[in-house]
Design a binder for this molecule. Sequence first.
Ligand SMILES: NC(=O)c1ccc[n+]([C@@H]2O[C@H](COP(=O)([O-])OP(=O)(O)OC[C@H]3O[C@@H](n4cnc5c(N)ncnc54)[C@H](O)[C@@H]3O)[C@@H](O)[C@H]2O)c1
Length: 363
Amino acid sequence: MSTVRFATDHPYTVEIDNGALQKLPSLTGEATRVAVIYAEPLAEVALEVARLAGSATVSVLSIGVPEGEAAKTPEIATSCWRTLAAAGFTRSDLIIGVGGGATTDLAGFVAASWLRGVSYVSVPTTVLAMVDASVGGKTGIDLPEGKNLVGAFHEPDGVIADLDLLGTLPEREVRSGLAEVVKAGFVRDERIRELIAASPSGALDVTSARHAELIRRAVQFKADVVSLDLRESTSVGGRIGRELLNYGHTLGHAIEAWEHFRMRHGEAVALGMIFAAQLSRRVLGLPDEAVAVHRQLIGALGLPTSYQRAPFAELRELMGRDKKTRGQALRFVGLRNLSDPAMIVAPSEAILEECYAELGRDQ
Ligand SMILES: NC(=O)c1ccc[n+]([C@@H]2O[C@H](COP(=O)([O-])OP(=O)(O)OC[C@H]3O[C@@H](n4cnc5c(N)ncnc54)[C@H](O)[C@@H]3O)[C@@H](O)[C@H]2O)c1
C-alpha cells in the first residue's frame, strides 16, 4: 500500500493500491448518512462503495449521474442538491464521488456547495482522475460558455485510488491519463522518464508494478506542488508554484476547446507539451535531445506527437481567452532542461507561429 500525504490546510492522504477500497470504512467519520455520486456505467463499483460505506448506523443514498462531461452541468448539480434536500442531508454527512475526473469534479463541487461544504471522499476510477482531477482540491462544473467556469476549492477528507478499478478502463483513457504522468516526468521526476522509457508497454499495463509506481510518483509530484501552493495559480518572482502543473496546458487547452472535446484531455496536453518543448528550445535554450525525449516518450505511450488541424490564429485566440490568461500576457511553463522549469511570458508571435508550424512536422 502506498500512501501519499497532501500537507495542505486540510491535510489528507491518497491511498494507492490494489484493493485500496477496503480502506473506505475508516473514512466515513461521524457521518450518519452517505451519498455516493457515481457515473452510471460504474454502478457495480458504486454498489461495492455503498456496501463498504454503509453499516448499522450509516444509511447510504446512491445518486447515478451520466458518465463524462455530461455530468458537469448546472442541471445535474441541481438534481444532486435536490436529492440531498429530499433526504434531509445534514452538515455532518458525507459525499463520496466515484468515477473519472468529470464525475469527481461534479461530486466534489456538490460537496463544496451543499450547506456551504460537507465532507468529501473521492474514489477515482481513471488514471487521469487518480493522478490529477481527484487530488489537489479543485472542483467544478461547466457552462455552455466554457469549461470549469463555476467551481470551488474543496479538499477531500481522503482519496482512494484502487488500482483494481482501472481493469475495465479503455486503453485510450489509460494513454490519456499517462500524459499527466509523463508531464510530471518532464518538469520534475527523472525516475518517471526512466520507468516509461524502459518499458512503455509496462507503463500502459494497469496491472503492472511499473504502472502502480508511475501513479504513485505522479500523485507525489502533485502533492509536493499543491502542498506548497494550494490556491495560487500564478507564480511569484522566479518561483513557479501551482502553475507548474500547467506544463503543456496553454496550447493543450486551446486544442481541446477547438476540437470541441473530441480529443481526450491527455492527447491535447501531449501536443501542448511538444509545443512547449519547442518553444523552450527557442526561448530558454532547451537542448535538442530534451525535445527529442518529449517526442520519444509521448510517442511510445501512443499519444499524438504532431498536429495541424486547427488554424494557428484560432488557437492563438483561444489561448488568449483561457480563464487563466484572460487580460494578461500569454504565459507558458517552459524548461531550461528536463526537470528544470522556468516561465516563458509573452513570447513573440512569430516564435509561437514557428513552433506551431513545427508541431505539424512529425520528426
Ligand atoms: N479538478 C482538477 O484539478 C482537474 C484536473 C484535471 C482534469 N479535471 C477534469 O477531469 C475530467 C476528465 O477526467 P477523465 O479523463 O477521468 O474523464 P471522464 O470522467 O470523462 O472519464 C472518461 C471515461 O471513462 C469512463 N470510465 C471511468 N472510469 C472507468 C472505469 N474504471 N472503467 C471503464 N470506464 C471508465 C467514464 O465513464 C468516461 O466515459 C475533465 O472534466 C477535466 O476538466 C479536473
